[in-house]
Design a protein around this ligand. Structure first.
Ligand code: GLN
Length: 551
């Protein structure tokens, strides 16, 4: 068999200015999607300026969701966008933080790698940054590596990153690197004008760091007229067709097509000296978008969690619902329910109008009883239920308490001395004291039992899913649960851990110890979400039919 030709990568850097939250991750993903649709092999990596080694130890309120890759890296949520847009897997190499870079340099210093030398930000930290920036490109797998630089131009923390980008740009051939700067063109209502000054300042700051951006992507709420584009080009030292308009979109999945219209991909290829006249293969993407924008039905799903004020804390779950909704031609409305606000007394009122309930992953004690009350209600009323990680663990506790009758059953995470530790600390976690990167993380195999809801949903018996937890279903009690109708239908074949539970007497009751939301992509919506939405649709149709019969 002929071996695959090694590719020589070119590098695109995406920086941001004026303000954070302009959506560098979405622009990077959209450009990558367009390049991929032209047959190029593309990956994206994110460089984060904070000092944590990874976001695994951060509160979701600080950072949003922690996205876990197949190889068990706890990473920035932008990596979720990269995977969802490109349908390719990322890994630890795709997310580098200042903390990790300093850790590597200081470890090398202790080893004596720099004996006799003073270790400094330039060149030691910048060298380590450059090494990481070029790493994926050196695998020979990619035509293009896009690097998103977290933070904003002008932040103290971003300086070494920009210096590393400057050096890479200087050291490689001119046509092998490209810098795209994402910026904001605000509209001043009182003046009735789009303002270019913040962009001029931001570009000037980039120039002070020694970087002339090649392309400016301008976020704006109003179309950019030609004279404004000309002005930006003139003041920022770029050609006018390097000024790209990026209007607010009603869905992030429309952004690739908007960037196509603005010819961002063509401009990038031209400046990188890549000749490509392929027809773009975006048919499947367009079909997805049209299904997303033209739903024929709708369902309302309750998302019960404790970080619901910050929707980014559940980013991958929300996106999985978008993929699954489009696949069912159905709009999925999410009703955000704070688990701490739920009690046995108000659970009916809060849940009775929903077509399905998802109990979210999480850590710690708060909101636990609310989650359990929600699960009891949907179990008894045969409302479709989907529990993920902590959501599955709470389902097991609810079943133990209310069906088996063990009133004080609990997880040892919340009650270390419970009489019935139905959720227990995993054996290999017992001696772990460090918090960072020590959970059961990444992809593990799971064997599904035949003739179960899980086997019908997946259409196969051997699957792999990603994990992030310390506690597990306690197999000592498995028999008690199965006798009472809660079955373990997905098992890790290597260590027997229970990965999936279901209740055959319920129309849709699924608890999973893993995180299926991390593997749902536009092109491959996750089957568990697709079937959960389908079950919610069926439930809502039946409910409507019953009401009209009574009416
Ligand atoms: N706190 C639980 C555990 O560590 C669940 C974790 C999660 O939901 N990701 O096992």
């Amino acid at each position: 068999m002929a071996s695959k030709a090694r590719k020589t990568a070119k590098y695109i850097f995406v920086t941001g200015g004026v303000t954070s939250s302009l959506g560098k991750g979405i622009i990077a993903s959209s450009l990558a999607k367009l390049l991929q649709a032209r047959g190029l092999s593309v990956t994206i990596q994110k460089f984060d300026p904070y000092l944590n080694i990874d976001p695994g130890t951060m509160n979701p309120y600080e950072h949003g969701e922690c996205y876990v890759t197949d190889d068990g890296a706890e990473t920035d949520l932008d990596l979720g966008h990269y995977e969802r847009f490109l349908n390719v897997r990322t890994s630890q190499a795709n997310n580098v933080t200042t903390g990790r870079v300093y850790h590597n340099v200081i470890t090398a210093e202790r080893r004596g790698d720099f004996l006799g030398k003073t270790v400094q930000i330039v060149p030691h930290i910048t060298d380590e940054l450059k090494r990481n920036m070029l790493l994926l490109g050196q695998t020979g797998d990619y035509d293009i590596v896009i690097t998103e630089i977290g933070g904003c131009v002008g932040d103290i923390e971003s300086l070494p990153f920009l210096e590393a980008v400057r050096q890479v740009k200087f050291e490689l051939n001119e046509k092998d690197t490209l810098v795209i700067h994402l910026t904001l063109i605000p509209y001043l209502n009182s003046a009735g004008e789009l303002k270019t000054k913040p962009t001029q300042h931001s570009v000037r700051m980039l120039q002070e760091a020694g970087i002339q951006p090649d392309i400016l992507v301008c976020r704006t709420e109003h179309p950019l007229p030609q004279d404004i584009r000309k002005k930006i080009a003139l003041f920022c030292n770029v050609q006018i067709n390097s000024v790209i308009e990026s209007m607010d979109a009603d869905t992030i999945y429309a952004v690739p097509l908007m960037m196509l219209k603005e010819r961002l991909d063509q401009r990038a290829l031209y400046m990188l000296d890549i000749y490509n006249d392929k027809d773009l293969d975006l048919d499947a993407w367009k079909t997805f978008l049209s299904r997303l924008k033209n739903p024929v039905d709708s369902v309302t799903i309750g998302l019960v969690g404790k970080y619901v004020e910050l929707h980014d804390a559940y980013k991958s779950i929300v996106e999985s619902f978008i993929h699954a909704g489009a696949s069912n031609e159905c709009k999925v409305n999410i009703e955000w329910i704070h688990s701490e606000s739920l009690t046995e007394a108000n659970v009916i009122q809060k849940l009775e109008n929903l077509d399905g309930v998802l109990v979210a992953p999480g850590f710690g004690e708060s909101g636990i009883e609310g989650k359990i009350a929600a699960i009891q209600y949907v179990r008894e009323n045969k409302i479709p239920f989907f529990g993920i990680c902590l959501g599955m663990q709470m389902a097991v506790i609810e079943y133990a308490r209310n069906v088996i009758g063990w009133k004080n059953a609990h997880s040892v995470e919340m009650d270390a001395t419970t009489e019935y530790p139905v959720i227990n600390l995993m054996e290999d976690q017992k001696d772990v004291s460090n918090k960072g990167g020590t959970m059961r993380l990444g992809s593990y195999p799971c064997k599904i039992k035949k003739d179960t809801l899980a086997s019908r949903i997946y259409g196969k018996l051997n699957i792999k899913e990603r994990h992030r937890h310390r506690y597990e279903f306690n197999n000592e009690y498995l028999k008690n649960f199965e006798e009472k109708g809660l079955l373990a239908t997905g098992i890790n074949p290597e260590n027997n851990l229970v990965e999936m539970v279901e209740m055959p007497s319920h129309p849709f009751y699924m608890g999973v110890q893993f995180h299926p939301e991390l593997k749902s992509t536009v092109m491959n919506p996750h089957p568990l979400f697709v079937h959960f939405v389908k079950a919610a649709l069926t439930y809502s149709h039946e409910k409507r039919a019953a009401i009209s019969r009574i009416g």
